[in-house]
Design a protein around this ligand. Structure first.
Ligand SMILES: [Mg+2]
Length: 217
C-alpha cells in the first residue's frame, strides 16, 4: 500500500510532460527498497571471470543475418512474441575453456532479464561445464536516472581476484579497473576480439592482484 501511495505521489508531482522522469524516480525508489543483497554469490576461493552477454559473447538480431555462420554458432529463439536470431561471437568456446583451464569460476553478469538471457546461456553452455553462476538484471543497481549498474561489491567476490570482460566498461562505475573492455559484437564472422584476449590468462600469472594485470595488459 505504501508503495502504491509512493507511486501515486511521484506521478501526481510529475504530470504528463514529466511522466518519463517520474517513472525513472519510481524505478530508483524501487531499487532502493528492493536492492540486491550484499552477497549475491556463494563463497568461492577461485579467481572469478565475470562475462557480459549481449554484444560481448553474443548478439541477438531481429532479422535473419545475411552472413553465414556454422550451425552451432547461430540459433533461433522465441522471446515473448518475437523471434530472435542469436549469434555466438567467434572465440567464445576458446575463452570459456581457457578460463576454466586457468582455474577461474565463470559468472555471466548481464543486464538482460532472466527470461531472455537464461535460454541463451543454456545454449552457450548446454552441459553446464563452464558457467558456475548467472546474474541477471535484478542483480544490477538502478541509478536515479534509470541506468543499470553492475556493482561487483555486492557479488561477494574479492576485487583483486576478479576480472570482467564487457563491451560497456562504464557500467562498473568505481570497479572499472577490473574490466577488460571489448568492442561491441554486431555479428561479424571475422571478429577476433575474444581470441585476442586468450593470452591474458597466461599474462596475469605474474600478478597477485588481477586489477594490476588488467592495467598492464
Ligand atoms: Mg553488453
Amino acid at each position: 500500500m505504501t508503495f502504491l501511495l509512493l507511486k501515486w505521489k511521484v506521478k501526481a508531482n510529475h504530470p504528463s510532460s514529466s511522466y518519463d522522469q517520474s517513472r525513472k524516480v519510481w524505478r530508483y525508489l524501487n531499487s532502493l527498497l528492493f536492492s540486491p543483497p550484499r552477497c549475491l554469490l556463494p563463497l568461492s576461493d577461485q579467481k572469478t571471470l565475470f562475462l557480459d552477454l549481449d554484444h560481448t559473447l553474443i548478439v541477438s538480431l531481429e532479422e535473419l543475418p545475411t552472413e553465414k555462420f556454422a550451425a552451432g554458432d547461430q540459433i533461433m529463439l522465441r522471446f515473448m512474441e518475437e523471434t530472435l536470431y542469436v549469434i555466438k561471437r567467434p572465440g567464445v568456446e576458446q575463452l570459456l575453456r581457457s578460463a576454466i583451464a586457468s582455474n577461474y569460476e565463470i559468472v555471466i553478469f548481464t543486464a538482460g532479464t532472466k527470461l531472455y538471457a537464461s535460454p541463451v546461456i543454456d545454449w552457450l553452455d548446454p552441459n553446464r561445464e563452464f558457467i558456475s553462476h548467472r546474474l541477471y538484471r535484478d542483480a544490477c543497481t538502478i541509478t536515479i536516472d534509470g541506468k543499470c549498474l553492475k556493482d561487483l561489491s555486492v557479488t561477494g567476490r574479492r576485487l583483486d581476484r576478479s576480472v570482467v570482460i564487457d563491451d560497456s566498461p562504464t557500467v562498473y562505475g568505481k570497479h572499472r579497473e577490473n574490466v577488460i573492455p571489448v568492442s561491441p559484437f554486431h555479428g561479424d564472422p571475422g571478429d577476433v576480439e575474444l581470441l585476442n584476449i586468450l593470452w591474458f590468462f597466461e599474462f596475469e600469472k605474474q600478478f597477485k592482484d588481477l586489477r594490476l594485470a588488467v592495467k598492464n595488459y
